[in-house]
Design a protein around this ligand. Structure first.
Ligand SMILES: [Zn+2]
Length: 186
């Protein structure tokens, strides 16, 4: 028996369609030929990987491919299920934490107007003081705005002063430009 014949015989044996006499010849060749022994072992390894331990014959390569694809699909389905379970548990945890937080926030926000109402009933003076303080702040802001306006009016009314301010601005602009351009020249 030649090596190519032995390989064919091995494939036939795997499929369970090898005659008893051929099996004997194949065994004899395998005992003599290390290359075919290695081939047989590789074939067995492949079969063990592709199929479970149960001795089961399959006729064509497409069966192996289908089995592999089915196993792959099962694996992917399992992964998706795992992810879904993780997500669900995370959602459940969020709900457990989120509900008390929402309740606390709701009560805090709801108690502010109630507190103000209670304060106005118990201490009406406090509210009046607060309002007058706010009025004072607004007054200060108005006075500041008036001062600013007066200053602007003063500058714009005096032409010489306006000219001076413009001159200073131009000089500062020129200095700034010179400083900015200086590193490029060097
Ligand atoms: Zn051989």
């Amino acid at each position: 028996m030649r090596c190519s014949e032995a390989k064919q015989a091995l494939a036939a044996q795997r499929d369970g369609r090898l005659a008893q006499s051929d099996i004997t010849t194949l065994q004899e060749h395998l005992e003599q030929c290390p290359a075919c022994r290695a081939y047989e072992q590789r074939l067995q390894c492949l079969n063990t990987l592709l199929l479970s331990q149960t001795p089961r014959s399959f006729s064509s390569i497409s069966t192996e491919r289908i089995l592999l694809a089915v196993q792959h699909q099962k694996h992917i389905t399992q992964q998706i299920k795992d992810i879904q379970t993780q997500q669900q548990s995370r959602m459940a945890r969020m709900r457990v934490i989120g509900l008390p937080l929402a309740a606390i926030a709701f009560f805090t926000l709801g108690s502010i107007p109630l507190l103000l109402l209670a304060l106005t009933i118990v201490q009406p003076d406090w509210l009046v003081n607060m309002l007058s303080l706010l009025g004072d702040i607004v007054d200060v802001l108005i006075v500041l705005t008036q001062y600013l306006q007066a200053g602007l009016m003063f500058i714009t009314r005096d032409n010489r002063l306006l000219l001076g301010v413009a001159f200073v601005l131009v000089v500062m602009m020129g200095m700034w430009l010179r400083l900015m351009r200086h590193p490029q020249e060097v």
